[in-house]
Design a protein around this ligand. Structure first.
Ligand SMILES: C[S@@+](CC[C@H](N)C(=O)[O-])C[C@H]1O[C@@H](n2cnc3c(N)ncnc32)[C@H](O)[C@@H]1O
Length: 275
């Protein structure tokens, strides 16, 4: 545990303590016929978090929690690996694997430092896992290292604008006022628990994605459908229908590295394709 950075050590303790609160939601998501995403359960048909053809692809879920996203990947024919920092969350994932008869590798560790060689995966995904709890200056270059040329990274997290409007008061929803500076946003802590999360301004995140070797394919500012509900207190539907409460980034590792290091391109990608 001492080799973990301070934020990962603190988040491990938080998530080991929170894990029991996530069993029911995890079980529902494992059983769901169609994926849905984020705090508003926005349908896959709207967000398209999962690439069309995953059959035979190698995927990794960074901060897999109870593992339902990996289960969806496996059901689509991918070989998935889930890494999570909390043994308690992984225990739920193992229980649900047994209940559903779906098996994939689960690793206990920090998604900023994954024990896999370079260019091991075709697709990486994070829904409020590494995308929220890991330092972007560590986990985004690590995701780039893990992906094959042309491989995709899709991640969902709280929108930057939402973080500017969220009061540091337990269970208070986002305000219609800016409550903190945008510039300099990175590591964030809240007074009601000991966790540490990370958010970057868009310009800084775009620069980091580019310098890590990613091309940006899409930024989806999530607008939940009318009538959506959530069990989370930090955003009202009125707010989320007016401003983005969550965002999805879809990026792709440049293909140039095929020639440089001899790695084969990601599944579904031709070496001659322009990325
Ligand atoms: C909200 S869950 C994400 C899983 C699922 N998609 C969900 O939304 O419930 C957040 C997960 O991130 C994990 N996590 C936090 N820091 C991490 C790190 N440094 N490396 C890997 N996982 C981490 C936590 O242990 C927790 O299981």
């Amino acid at each position: 545990m001492s080799e973990l950075p301070d934020h990962a050590r603190r988040n491990r303790a938080e998530w080991d303590a929170r894990a029991t609160d996530y069993v029911t939601a995890g079980r529902e998501q494992w059983a769901a016929a169609d994926p849905s995403w984020g705090v508003w359960s926005v349908p896959e048909s709207q967000l398209r978090m999962l690439p069309d053809d995953l059959d035979g692809c190698d995927a990794i879920e960074l901060g897999c929690g109870t593992g339902y996203v990996s289960a969806w990947l496996v059901r689509r024919g991918a070989r998935s690996v889930g890494i999570d920092n909390s043994q308690a969350q992984l225990q739920t994932a193992r229980d649900l694997q047994r209940e559903h008869g779906i098996d994939f590798e689960l690793l206990h560790g920090n998604a900023e430092k994954v024990p896999y060689p370079d260019a091991s995966f075709d697709f990486a995904i994070s829904e409020y896992g590494a995308s929220l709890w890991c330092d972007p200056y560590a986990w985004i270059p690590e995701a780039a290292r893990l992906l094959r040329p042309g491989g995709r990274l899709h991640f969902l997290v709280n929108a930057a604008l939402h973080m500017l409007c969220l009061p540091d008061v337990e269970d208070a929803p986002a305000s219609d006022r800016l409550l903190r500076p945008y510039f300099g946003m990175h590591r964030m802590e809240w007074s009601d628990d000991d966790s540490v999360e990370f958010h970057l301004p868009h310009g800084e995140l775009i620069a980091l994605l580019h310098s890590s070797g990613f091309q940006i394919e899409e930024l989806v500012e999530v607008r939940p459908p009318e009538g959506s509900t959530t069990s989370y207190p930090f955003c009202t539907l009125e707010w989320a229908r007016s401003w983005p409460c969550e965002e999805v980034w879809k990026v792709r590792k440049e293909l140039a590295s095929v020639d440089e290091d001899g790695s084969r391109p990601a599944c579904g990608v031709e070496a001659s394709e322009d990325v």
